[in-house]
Design a protein around this ligand. Structure first.
Ligand SMILES: Nc1nc2c(ncn2[C@@H]2O[C@H](COP(=O)(O)OP(=O)(O)OP(=O)(O)O)[C@@H](O)[C@H]2O)c(=O)[nH]1
Ligand SMILES: [Mg+2]
Length: 382
């Protein structure tokens, strides 16, 4: 199996207008420019488009220093390309990473488009184009806005139903353009995570309460959404819609100030975009009877991450590339699901070898574990 030279993970974010998408992105990028982030991590996050990066950073600084929220950017469907630059490139040759780069591509789908549709032909074309682009994502986030839940006490179900109904209808209306010949897709976001945005407004919520709210109010709509999504893809069993939940807050918004340090879940976006699909895809490839091509596809998409983890597992022969070819999905799954002490060991060994990429991936796995322990993330059982 060839190992990708560049490991590129995409994430798609769906949320109605005002649900907090732009601020989350600004908080994600801006906080990564803070000295403490740079000192604590083995990588830096750089925007491929400097102008776009500066704009996000400026948004963040406006919040941090002047308690000012950025002006809304409705209708601007934008893709943001970030590169993870590893700190040192002084790795000994034998530990050189198999990749030249790691990238995160963030697709922002304008909320207006799924609330009120498009206004004209040109916008319709842009919408299809935007949607095609974001199909490269393994993970899609659906934002549920805490503010909207608060403003309709006792009637949360109306908001939730309309949100999920809009998303479902948007997908249906795009179907003929996305798969005109009815030929189903291998590459499509297969993990749809529910995210409670602005969760600082609902401090009494943990991730279990958030899940319970959705199941109690809109279990039927979630099933319908899953049906629509599954009508796009091959291997319908390899799909997670509403099995994972996360709490998000881009900052703590107080009446007189915005505390950008008090973030929840924003720092999980990299692990959610990379390690979550890695584990899930491997598990599917191992346990489901899928068309052979799809199984291969699911593994190859995340092969880059797997190869790093295999490299640090002593039971497998080096070089890791060879190991990857030989390894059975069962073993791969076991490695990708290392937890606790075993994960610490892997991270330590990677650090000793100055393999900062492997150490970073192991760190991401730990971040997911920690968030689960803090009840801000709930992943489905494998
Ligand atoms: N309490 C709180 N408020 C937030 C948070 N994030 C965003 N907000 C508020 O929500 C408003 C809208 O956020 P945006 O990020 O602009 O929303 P959007 O999803 O990008 O909206 P469109 O661009 O119109 O699709 C902001 O002006 C803030 O007042 C958060 O984490 N907590
Ligand atoms: Mg926006």
């Amino acid at each position: 199996m060839p190992i990708n030279k560049s490991w590129e993970q995409h994430i798609a974010v769906f949320g109605e207008s005002g649900s907090g998408k732009t601020i989350m992105l600004s908080s994600f990028f801006g906080s990564a420019q803070e000295p403490e982030f740079i000192q604590q991590n083995l990588f830096r996050i750089v925007a491929d488009d400097g102008g776009q990066g500066n704009k996000l950073h400026q948004n963040y600084l406006g919040m941090r220093d002047e308690s000012r929220v950025p002006i809304t950017d409705r209708f601007t469907s934008t893709t943001y390309n970030f590169s993870l630059k590893l700190k040192a490139n002084s790795q000994p040759k034998k530990h050189k990473s198999p990749f030249s780069s790691v990238k995160l591509v963030w697709h922002d789908y304008p909320g207006e488009w799924f609330e009120s549709g498009v206004k004209n032909e040109l916008e319709a074309e842009r919408r299809i184009e935007t949607f095609r682009n974001l199909l490269q994502s393994d993970v899609a986030l659906i934002l549920i806005d805490s503010q909207r839940l608060i403003s309709s006490p006792g009637e949360e179900n109306l908001y939730l139903k309309s949100l999920l109904g809009n998303l479902r209808n948007t997908l249906l209306s795009l179907q003929d353009d996305i798969i005109p010949d009815g030929k189903k897709l291998e590459k499509f976001p297969r993990i749809w995570v529910f995210a409670l945005s602005k969760c600082d407004l609902l401090p009494e919520y943990d991730v279990y309460r958030f899940r319970d709210l959705l199941i109690a109010k809109v279990a039927g709509e979630i099933t319908e959404l899953r049906e629509v999504i599954s009508s796009f893809v091959t291997g319908q069993e390899a799909l997670s819609v509403g099995d994972d939940f996360v709490l998000l807050s881009s900052a703590q918004f107080k009446s007189d100030r915005i505390e950008t340090r008090k973030r929840i879940g924003v720092d999980l976006m990299l692990p959610v975009a990379s390690v979550l699909p890695l584990q899930r895809h491997l598990h599917w490839a191992e346990t489901l009877t899928l068309p052979g091509k799809l199984s291969k596809f699911l593994i190859s998409g995340v092969g880059a991450g797997v190869s790093l983890l295999i490299k640090y597992n002593n039971r497998l022969p080096a070089p890791f590339a060879k190991a990857l070819l030989k390894v059975t999905p069962g073993m791969v799954d076991e490695i990708a699901n290392l937890a606790g002490e075993a994960l610490d060991k892997l991270q330590k060994s990677a650090l000793q070898n100055k393999d900062y990429l492997a150490a970073t991936i192991a760190g991401f796995q730990k971040d997911l574990e920690n968030a689960e322990q803090a009840n801000t993330l709930l992943r489905r059982e494998p």
